[in-house]
Design a protein around this ligand. Structure first.
Ligand code: FES
Ligand SMILES: [Fe+2]
Length: 361
């Protein structure tokens, strides 16, 4: 079937809806949210994760349940080198080795050398902390990277959406809701809707499974861009499984990069992170305003998705139209492919071919 044309098959009913993809990097928190010699708890994909930063500044992650009786290790002490369980004082190095079991006599089993806490690969990159959720420990895929300005993170805003990761991802990527959900004099409104044609191509293999909206001059109704970047910018947007969208807008003088990443907390709760990078002096002066606008914008998306969640609870017949819903269709198609490739132990094949999509927004 031609990938870009629609039928009314609701792809998200084909067995992947709401599943949380594993073997992938997930956004955990901004690097600035974790001081040296500190740990904190995150639930990612329904799993308990202790995220920590050791005394030397290095980030690490352990399963946050003590191998002894399951107590949250993040409730215990951390001296910058070892985590101590608050219940019986077992101690764990940041690589998961158990180093002390105070209750055990020398003759008893197990001894610390017999015990290990599970470790999750964790890394700090461009101001963000990412955790790898999966069984693989060697040859991990590259962490998502923003194209420029990677050392100039300016702002992080996050929000919890009470829905599965799919509804959060497609709710944010949907190209046709702007005039209705984000109606505003600063942004866009129904009167500004016009026909658009955008060229898309698959992401290069080394960037993961996804697609790119090729570089183009931003739409005439993206008024916020023109105000802040001082002219009509060129933008490029990429989307990569499981849930990372990167937008790069640039004028001859300025750059703006937005990274949006959805991380499942559980199967029906998702944390949406939006990280911004820019080199626009005016935006830096207006940070409190930008923060408020961004949080408001994200909340509009959240409320729109919540209304959909309420409707979907009645199990309605739904449809995907051409071409405004093509990216939604691609998302499910790629997710199915990623799951099939994992199940069959092969490399995934990107089914997307270069194409121009048209819609009105
Ligand atoms: S529960 Fe952690 S040491 Fe016993
Ligand atoms: Fe939106």
């Amino acid at each position: 079937m031609d990938d870009t044309r629609s039928d009314s098959t609701p792809d998200y009913r084909l067995g992947v809806g709401g599943l949380m993809l594993r073997e992938a990097w997930y956004y955990a928190l901004p690097a600035s949210g974790l001081a040296r010699a500190r740990t904190l708890h995150k639930t990612l994909l329904g799993e308990p994760v202790l995220v920590g930063r050791d005394a030397s500044g290095k980030v690490f992650a352990l399963r946050d349940t003590c191998p002894h009786r399951g107590t949250l290790l993040s409730k215990g002490k951390f001296d910058g080198r070892e985590v101590e369980c608050p219940y019986h004082g077992w101690r764990f190095a940041t690589d998961g080795r158990c180093t002390a079991m105070p209750s055990q006599t020398g003759a008893q089993r197990p001894q610390p050398g017999d015990i290990r806490a599970d470790v999750f690969p964790a890394t700090e990159h461009q101001g963000n902390i990412w955790i790898y959720m999966g069984a693989k420990r060697a040859t991990l895929p590259p962490v998502p990277s923003v194209p420029v300005l990677g050392d100039q993170q300016q702002m992080h805003v996050s929000m919890i959406f009470d829905c599965n990761i799919d509804l959060a991802v497609i709710g944010l990527m949907d190209p046709a809701h702007g005039a209705f959900v984000h109606k505003s004099s600063l942004w866009r409104n129904e009167a500004s809707i016009h026909e658009k044609h955008k060229a898309f191509s698959p992401l290069p293999e080394n960037e993961g499974l996804g697609w790119r909206m090729d570089r183009h001059t931003a739409s005439s109704n993206s008024r916020a861009y023109r105000i802040f970047l001082g002219g009509a910018p060129e933008t490029e947007i990429s989307y990569r499984l499981p849930s990372v969208r990167i937008e790069h807008a640039r004028t001859p003088r300025y750059n703006y990069v937005g990274l949006t990443a959805c991380t499942p907390i559980t199967a029906d709760r998702t944390e949406v992170h939006h990280v911004m990078y820019w080199d626009v002096p005016m935006l830096s002066l207006l940070k409190p305003v930008v923060r408020r606008l961004t949080a408001g914008f994200l909340d509009q998306d959240r409320r729109a998705v919540m209304s959909m969640v309420e409707g979907l609870a009645f199990n309605p017949q739904t449809m995907l139209v051409q071409d405004a819903d093509t990216q939604t269709r691609w998302y499910y198609r790629l997710k199915r492919e990623a799951l099939a490739a994992q199940a069959e132990g092969r490399a995934p094949q990107n089914p997307i071919a270069p194409v121009t999509l048209s819609w009105r927004s």
